[in-house]
Ligand binder design. Structure first.
Ligand SMILES: Nc1ncnc2c1ncn2[C@@H]1O[C@H](COP(=O)(O)OP(=O)(O)OP(=O)(O)O)[C@@H](O)[C@H]1O
Ligand SMILES: [Mg+2]
Length: 616
């Protein structure tokens, strides 16, 4: 396994945790008070033992016990003993209650804070530009919203609960010890600095292993999500073994890292326990010698034994929780990266008011675009789509039609030239407002595991059932939905599996009818429909397109014939534009080639099929 340079959790990690804690300063002060009060309440208990031994038992045995009169037939010494024991029990009970209280308030901070973090992170991801989003796997994004906040929660809880209580316990207990015998205290704590130094260096190494393990775990989760999401195609191509091997390889890496990380962790924890318990052994010897020599009383020896016993637990906690805090910090760092991630430009600007009446005029001036910063996918495109007209975009597969359509929606911003919508540069548009005015049927009709109703409205309220039925009717989907037993409230299943491909596409079209937008973009919307349905939909579209601008990435001659303008794309360029008649007049025109190929061979005008003999 290659050794990677150790990734440090960036400053963002600790900053996020600090912010989380400092959001509720009053509660934090209260928690600190409780953390101090807890040990303070329980710390006197070993001292009570000293009082019992020195002041009650030994003095009684020596005959000098205070008050020998019996109350209710029981000696007052026994009464005092009972009182002291009861006090001890009450103090411990109080300590437990304080601890519970402290946990409750810490959870108020962490769970409320992380709720905000989750929601904020989701909002940031929602606003991340497509270009960046495409580099993140859905598994990775899911992990940001689930695992990472949990790790941060664990870390903050550990800091406020275990660490804080441990620090105060050590301080209070040390005060009692120093009060009992300063010299003995120093002897008992002699091994501390070495243990602390060793633990710091070991945990630094452990942090690296822990990060490796969590990265492997995230990789396994991303791979599984992708594979099981595509189970149909895997089964159809009997590729189960290949993909299972991928999961096995990822699991193998995770297994290796898990064994390495946790073996080292348990060894380190065991060694630290051993080192700290050495302090106890030193006490037994030195304290024993002092007691034998009569330099400390037996009661003091007993109390001291109790105190040093109380000390090792918290010290161990302090030495071992570094791990949890580190894991949390690494997760917090990833979360703060999400929080600081680049957003679509309009999100960081004050909201603008929409133009009074959206016309849907689109003008591209020397528009350039590249996905990867190297190869231009759109090159010097200059074209205009007039309000109220229909433009058919045609061209071979990969010529950039979908890319151009996506740019009108502001999914990607120009890397050169200009794209104006209603005379305003898309870079300046409030993209939410722009998208409100655009109705889109994307190349893949994506559906959610939800009701048909919410897939149609996309979760927006305010439409009556009549509106919804009208939209379904316009998209020729009404009859299908009427036969469903639960009608509009039928659940569509994962990715809308309950619908056929053509039905999904018509539902996507119904979404546009419902929105009633000024600008319509259709990306190969009619490709999965039979000719009868297609005809009906064409009619609906004709009605819908009246008075609106529409851009149709067209395959069918029937669509293209109706277009006011045909724009022919090739390798990222607009090579021809005009009406069907104009373009056919051009000798050696690309449109003419495409058209003839379609007429001769029934090949679609655009999309995956390349026309025979046409130069590429
Ligand atoms: N998200 C993306 N990231 C990187 N490259 C992309 C991305 N989307 C498309 N491309 C590339 O950009 C080019 C144009 O793709 P585009 O989807 O615009 O083609 P198209 O004309 O719509 O093709 P089709 O008719 O097959 O849908 C292709 O070479 C493709 O590989
Ligand atoms: Mg396309």
């Amino acid at each position: 396994m290659p050794q990677m340079p150790e990734p440090e959790p960036g400053p963002g990690g600790y900053r996020l945790m600090r912010e989380l804690i400092s959001k509720q300063p009053r509660l934090v002060v209260f928690i600190i008070l409780l953390a101090f009060l807890g040990p303070l309440v329980t710390a006197p208990t070993p001292y009570l033992g000293k009082v019992i031994i020195d002041d009650l038992i030994f003095r009684q045995q020596a005959g000098g016990a205070p008050g020998v009169d019996a109350v209710f037939g029981v000696s007052s010494t026994i009464w005092m003993l009972a009182g002291i024991v009861l006090l001890g029990v009450l103090l411990k009970l109080l300590g437990t209650i304080i601890g519970g209280w402290q946990s409750h308030y810490i959870l108020q901070i962490t769970r409320n804070g992380l709720y905000d973090v989750r929601v904020d992170a989701a909002e940031r991801v929602m606003g991340t530009p497509m270009k960046t989003l495409e580099t993140m796997s859905p598994g990775k994004v899911a992990s940001r919203l689930t695992n990472d906040p949990n790790h941060v929660d664990g870390a903050v809880f550990t800091i406020l609960r275990s660490c804080l209580t441990a620090v105060f316990t050590v301080l209070v207990v040390m005060c009692f010890m120093l009060f009992l015998d300063p010299m003995l205290t120093l002897v008992v704590l002699a091994t501390m600095p070495i243990t602390a130094l060793l633990s710091i260096s070991w945990y630094r190494r452990l942090r690296h292993f822990s990060r490796e393990e969590s990265d492997r775990s995230a990789a396994l989760s991303a791979t599984s999500t992708e594979i099981f999401g595509a189970i149909k195609v895997i089964r159809a191509f009997t590729a189960e073994r290949t993909f299972l091997r991928r999961i096995r390889d990822r699991s193998e890496a995770l297994r290796y890292e898990g064994i390495r990380h946790w073996t080292v962790y348990h060894m380190v924890a065991g060694l630290l326990g051993l080192l700290t318990s050495l302090g106890a052994d030193i006490f037994l010897f030195v304290g024993g010698v002092l007691a034998i020599q009569g330099k400390i009383s037996f009661g003091e020896f007993f109390a001291f034994a109790g105190y040093q016993g109380m000390l090792w637990g918290p010290i161990n906690t302090l030495l071992t929780t570094g791990q949890t805090v580190q894991v949390g910090a690494a997760s917090a760092d990833k979360l703060s990266e999400v929080m600081a991630s680049e957003q679509e430009p309009h999100l960081s600007r004050p909201a603008q008011s929409a133009p009074v009446a959206f016309k849907g005029e689109i003008v591209a001036e020397n528009l350039r675009f590249t996905y990867d910063g190297q190869d231009d996918v759109l090159r010097d495109i200059s074209v205009s789509f007039k309000p109220g007209t229909m433009t058919a975009l045609v061209g071979q597969s990969g010529s950039g039609k979908t890319t151009l359509a996506n740019m009108i929606l502001g999914f990607y911003l120009p890397t050169g030239g200009k794209l104006l919508v209603d005379g305003v540069d898309v870079r300046q548009w409030d993209l939410r407002q722009l998208r409100e005015n655009v109705g889109v049927v994307l190349q893949d009709s994506l559906m959610f595991d939800d009701t048909l109703r919410s897939n149609l409205t996309m979760g927006r309220d305010g439409w009556s059932d009549e509106h919804l039925w009208a939209a379904l009717r316009a998209a020729h989907l009404e009859d299908v939905v009427r036969t469903m037993s639960e009608g509009l409230d039928t659940r569509l299943g994962m990715s809308g599996t309950r619908l056929s491909g053509g039905q999904r596409q018509r539902l996507a079209i119904a979404r546009v009818f419902l929105r009633d937008p000024k600008l319509i973009i259709l990306d190969e919307a009619t490709s999965a429909l039979d000719s009868e349905t297609e005809k009906q939909i064409q009619r609906s579209f004709d009605a819908l397109m009246v008075g609106r601008t529409s851009v149709v990435i067209a395959h069918r001659l029937s669509t293209i014939f109706r277009a006011d303008q045909i724009v022919v794309m090739h390798a990222g360029k607009v090579v021809e534009s005009g009406t069907h008649e104009d373009l056919l007049k051009k000798a050696d025109g690309r449109y003419k080639d495409l058209f003839q190929a379609q007429v001769e061979g029934m090949v679609p005008m655009s999309g995956a099929t390349r026309h025979r003999g046409a130069p590429v």
